[in-house]
Design a protein around this ligand. Structure first.
Ligand code: HEC
Length: 474
């Protein structure tokens, strides 16, 4: 590409103009960065503009010259003149746009910006190619697969012989070329915008894997993996005093939503992509438990495993972690099933709670005079399922039978719940019906029968409303 243009009078003009500078700092510095910061930003002077001359930011040795619609890089140190850009590109980025893009941009190199100002005139604004230019569609996976990163860098650096693809060696720095190459590569990964906005992030990529919207199904854990350094908030509300469907005028009381809710709140944090910790508190109405937990994800379908498996250990203490402690170990197993076109997930959660206490309802909101209850070691086997009925909506159901020591805990029938979940990016809302007011590990298998002291309170007519909210805040 390099052309000796010493006969062009313009070069002599430049050489003359720059003579003072060039001879004052003879060719020794080349393009080294020493002292560059002290250079003033290029100021287009009317004379330079009329002569088609452009100074290059941070360079003591290079100027750009425009002649007859072509642009040339004049390197005074190397005493060479090269064509900077072919005609088509030169027109599009035009002298009126001011200094060359390489000199114009901010640090760090912005691949998208470099592409926009240098490549779109031939490759299209979205990189999809322009038929008349015979440029390829960079969003096509086949085009992406046909070139390695290094091959792309080589083509961008050296151009492609016999085609209109120019060399950018003199126009863009090595970092710029890497940045614009990374941007070209990223065009291949672009998803349809609405899919990435609404569906939880891993879902579109790993299409067969079900993505739970919450850490809970309704009360049962989903065991979903938390993001490393992700912070999550979890709210649960259980309107356990007001059956939704039995009694008078339930419509007027909004199926129990007008009643008193047991409102609990927790925070979870992903320490690594496998280990997470959480703290969770339920109110005085259910004995004021605080639960501390650590969870570890052993297997994940996203890693190509046949199922998800997590282990969770937790300690619950009533009266704000003061007394009547229960220690819990849970295994959380789940498996996605692809019932094309819908996706679903099944859950199995065996739980051992040491020193579990029966549920009780304290006499008032503010009391600390809780009864002293004996502890029993209990075992429950939670089973659940979730099925996506829309891309962002799921039906969920769970049942948590206590298979060992249910009687002394006042559990006559298994705790169960069903509901509907709306999942939006990093956020989920689940509305459902349940017979269990408890939301900590040790309390969740209990039912309204022991909580309200009414053995029939956990029959279907005693079902009450609850909802869960989760949000990944970081
Ligand atoms: C003057 C028009 C023009 C400009 C400006 C241009 N290209 Fe190209 N580019 C082409 C053409 C034409 C081809 C197709 C060459 C061929 O036939 O394979 C091409 C090919 C490529 C290829 C290789 C694709 C393949 O499948 O072989 C890459 C990568 C590329 N260009 C990146 C860039 C980048 C990055 C820029 C901006 C810094 C840019 N191009 C600017 C015309 C241009």
């Amino acid at each position: 590409m390099s052309k000796p243009l010493a006969t062009i009078a313009g070069v002599l003009v430049i050489a003359g103009m720059l003579g003072g500078v060039a001879s004052g700092a003879p060719a020794t510095g080349g393009r080294s960065s020493a002292g560059m910061a002290a250079l003033p930003d290029p100021q287009p002077s009317p004379l330079a503009t009329s002569l088609g001359i452009e100074f290059v930011k941070d360079s003591t040795t290079t100027v750009l010259l425009e002649r007859d619609g072509k642009r040339y890089v004049v390197d005074l140190a190397a005493r060479t003149v090269r064509e900077a850009q072919p005609l088509a590109a030169a027109h599009a980025s035009s002298a009126a746009a001011g200094p060359a893009a390489a000199a114009d941009r901010k640090d760090p190199p912005d691949g998208a910006g470099i592409f926009k100002s240098n490549c779109t005139m031939c490759h299209g604004p979205d990189g999809k190619g322009i038929a008349a230019m015979k440029t390829p569609d960079f969003t096509d996976p086949k085009v992406q697969a046909s070139l390695t990163d290094q091959q792309m860098i080589d083509i961008i650096t050296n151009g492609k012989k016999g085609t209109a693809m120019p060399s950018w060696r003199d126009k863009l720095s090595e970092q710029d070329i890497r940045a614009v190459q990374a941007y070209v590569r990223s065009l291949g990964a672009a998803k349809p915008p609405q899919a990435s906005a609404l569906v939880p992030s891993h879902e579109s990529a790993k299409s067969k894997i079900y993505q739970p919207g919450d850490d809970r199904l309704f009360t049962l854990p989903t065991g979903r993996r938390l993001d490393r350094h992700g912070m999550y908030v979890n709210f649960t509300h259980r309107f356990a005093y007001d059956p939704a469907f039995s009694g008078t005028a339930r419509g007027g009381a909004l199926l129990g939503l007008d009643g008193v809710s047991i409102s609990s709140f927790g925070l979870a944090y992903g320490v690594t992509d496998k280990l997470s910790v959480s703290i969770y508190r339920a109110p005085t109405l259910i004995g004021r438990p605080i639960e501390m937990m650590a969870a570890y994800n052993l297997l994940d379908e996203h890693d190509g495993k046949p199922l998800n498996a997590a282990i969770r250990v937790s300690l619950d203490g009533l009266n704000d972690f003061d007394r009547m402690f229960s220690e819990n170990i849970e295994g959380v197993f789940s498996k996605s099933i692809n019932l094309h076109p819908v996706k679903a997930q099944l859950y199995f959660v065996p739980t051992v709670s040491f020193n579990d206490r029966r549920l009780f309802s304290p006499p008032s909101y503010e009391t600390s005079s809780f009864p002293s209850l004996p502890g029993y070691n209990a075992v429950s086997l939670g089973i659940g399922g979730a099925i996506d009925i829309r891309p962002t909506a799921a039906l969920i159901a769970e049942v948590i039978p206590t298979v060992y020591n249910g009687r002394p805990l006042g559990i006559h029938r298994p705790a169960y719940a069903f509901g509907i979940q709306k999942k939006i990016w990093r956020h989920a809302f689940t509305f459902g019906f349940s017979n269990s007011p408890g939301t900590t590990v040790s309390q969740r298998a209990g039912t309204d029968a022991s909580y309200l002291g009414a053995p029939s309170a956990d029959t279907p007519s005693g079902l009450f409303i609850g909802f869960d909210l989760t949000r990944q805040v970081h």
